[in-house]
Design a protein around this ligand. Sequence first.
Ligand code: UD1
Length: 333
Amino acid sequence: MKILVTGGAGYIGSHTCVELLNAGFELVVIDDFSNSKPTVIEKIKTITGKDFSFYEMDYLNRSLLEKIFKENEIGAVINFAGYKAVGESVEKPIDYYINNVSGALVLLDTMKKYGVKKFVFSSSATVYGEPKKIPLTEDCHVGETTNPYGTTKLFIEQILKDIYRSDSTWDIAILRYFNPVGAHESGLIGEDPEGIPNNLMPYITKVASHELEKLSIFGNDYDTKDGTGVRDYIHVVDLAKGHVLALNKLDKEEKGLFVYNLGTGKGYSVLDIVKTYEKVNNVEIPYQITERRKGDIAIYYADPTKAKEELGFVASKTLDDMCQDAYRFASKK
Ligand code: UD1
């Protein structure tokens, strides 16, 4: 039985492929390289010393997808394919709904046709919208997402719940990621956004390597310990290992639709990140304080208890590791 990984050359997809191969799973990987590079496939093979089948294709291409299900004995699917830029999703909602929601539907319908009913979905903590309480537990209210990207995650979660309600022989894990950062310790794979990054860690990394002049910190008047926004940053390798544990859970007898937060349960401020990055990498990160970014929330972090109790998931990497690994990857490029 093989695991089909869609979007396997992307940031989280590539790290998950490494952890799956290390855990002994056989993989079939697809990616259209719309937001990743072909060299990543070779790097996954270099890191693990293992081989797998790769198809360059769009996961909306139903006939090619069917060919993969015919040619391989697929036992489960992990779906990383999808667009993820919050700002772009506001500009191009139709593209986001087609690629993320229609793509997931084509994939799920093909799975149904070939009798494959184990599915792991890359969701996001963004589905919680404005939190009613902190830390966020999986039973917190979801909805009122603030951008089409977040809404695609919310809609796909709903689609999965409806599928499971219609047929309880499906076995589904929804993983709600907090803020994935860092890179593989080899420095071979990591986050490599095109242009000016929107997210904090890739922006800091470009300041550290002098590609950008200084960081803008979006507000220092939040009700937090130093006034800057607090988030739950999780090392991408810890996050990737969460997918291996989720697959193991789906391999057990009991069927279900399971939802897990993947976070550390610790909140760090923007200034914590800047100071730690400077210290562990011996670099300077010039910054200025600017206006708050529209739609930002003061404090957002997970209660990771459920994933710990049911999956055995515990994030073990520290903030030092996250900052060091992010910089190592950028320096090696
Ligand atoms: C954002 C997305 C979320 C997505 C996540 C991926 C929104 C509303 N949410 O979360 O859907 O899953 O990225 O990691 O966009 N910051 C600065 N300066 C910068 C960039 C960020 O001060 O140049 C601050 C932000 O104000 C925030 C923190 O850094 O307090 C983290 O920001 P970011 O990395 O963009 O992640 P989120 O906003 O938490």
